[in-house]
Design a protein around this ligand. Sequence first.
Ligand code: G1P
Length: 297
Amino acid sequence: MIRPIRKAIFPVAGLGTRFLPATKAQPKEMLPIIDKPIIQFAVEEALAAGITHLIFVIGRTKRSIADHFDSNPELDTALRQKGNHEMADLLNSIVPDSAACIYFRQSEALGLGHAVACAAPVIAPDEPFAVLLADDLMRARTPVLKQMIDCYQQTGRSMVAVEDVAPQAVSSYGIVDADRPGIGQLAAMRGIVEKPARDEAPSTQAVVGRYILDGSIMPLLKAQAPGKGGEIQLTDAIRQLIQTHGVDAFRYEGQRYDCGSKLGFIACTMASALAHPDFGSEVREMMHNMLAQDPPH
Ligand code: G1P
């Protein structure tokens, strides 16, 4: 029987050095796209896919993430006293009562694989779970994790989301060895390698930050020696999982914004502003006017 997927791990313990000084005292996942922190987009995607257990693996400066997903009675009272019930209700609905937040602390930044393994105590040995890297912000008609879980219900096999990247970008990603699936389709993976050199990459299909993994990956992660960059790599354990259980590459429908890079963050902000229901058309006009000028101040 194929088990439902109810748990999602959000590794949010990275140092965010690319966004200093903004990330000196707050996690990069709390940087907002207009008025919503990056991490909330990933949480909403997970909730829309039926996830009920939100598992955050946090680091030193990450307390604001726990605060963000907790209730804030003082703010609630203040908003209601001002008659702003709409915002108070919106804040209360970020995490519905039917979902639970669980926090693990990763005391040392030993890599993505290590971060995922920190959540092992709440994952049963044969329990499938999702991993979402909030930096990869997905805009899609059907939330990307839901697309993946819908497929999982047919196959019961682990999968990673992939997209094509430029050949010169392969050294920034996990790269899969698999036939190229059509959009919304799967292809069985023959291998996977973390951040290969351009001439060693098995393809240009890059793993983006969405995974469905079998619980049996946890002991593989625990036993994992440091890999690329001296870090414990999720990719290396996935390569072992291919041998034991099989793993598929899933080509999602949608648009990814790499909010871990400044340019991706700017692109995501611009796209979200242009698509904004209240002021999208004003933003369009504003951009149009700016483009007609010399570089504005
Ligand atoms: C991580 C993974 C990599 C994956 C990428 C997706 O790398 O290690 O395999 O392709 O996320 O965003 P990072 O970007 O954390 O260096």
